[in-house]
Design a protein around this ligand. Sequence first.
Ligand code: NAD
Length: 247
Amino acid sequence: MKTVLITGAAKGIGRATALELAKAGYAIVINYLTSAKEAEELRKTIAETYSVPCLTVQADVSKEEEVERMIAEIEEKLSPVDILINNAAIDLPNLFREKTAEEFRRVLDVNVVGAYNCARSVCRGMKERGYGRIINISSTNGINTYFPMCFDYDASKAALNSLTHDLAMQLSPEVHVNAVAPGFIGTESELEGYDEEFLKEEQEKILVKRYGRPEEVAYLIRFLISPEADYINNAVIRIDGGQKGSV
Ligand code: NAD
């Protein structure tokens, strides 16, 4: 049984991915930052519903020492990590002029350095064991910018796409590294703070005329880590319902 670590997995896309991969028979590690209650509830649901091993581990992925401690804890309590899903991220939705350099740094620290910290901690073991898969949860914002709200988030996801390519080259052939780039997925954190009218307008720009569901991203991740996807490496794959004006 392969062990999957999903960062920021207590809610949203990470949670849906944990459930989908548990259903597919993987041992699951739920990393969380502050959502201890949600993480524990998810662990219980997984353990009871799918009878696969499931562990929760608290760590701030942006902090190198916390990530190293987390990986050591997973190895001690469960097994080495075979598959890493870098899902944890933050998005601070205020305007360009209102943002500070400190906020910009924090976004890069979590969304890019966090993914790097986790990849670095697990990649040596993956190489030695001759198998590993890393999926970075990027965004279409890293391909097209999302003016005028999210320059820092956009930059972080563009950097994550670049990191995906570098890691794929560094870690081949044993470890495959791909990124998934969702468009508008209707998670709680994505919808909060926007009014109905704005959400309607955004929906109109999507060719299938609806937001994606977290489970739909999870299905793609399940496929990408399966043996059927063994020839997919170093790719950034959009999942956005088709967006007007983008190719
Ligand atoms: P979410 O906010 O529900 O999930 C992100 C999780 O990361 C949260 O549980 C949060 O607590 C955790 N986290 C934040 N900082 C952390 C840290 N330092 N260490 C550990 N965990 C931390 O958001 P979501 O919508 O489920 O998004 C999940 C991923 O998908 C993110 O990478 C996001 O950028 C990406 N994404 C989401 C959408 C969307 O429309 N929802 C679109 C494109 C990309």
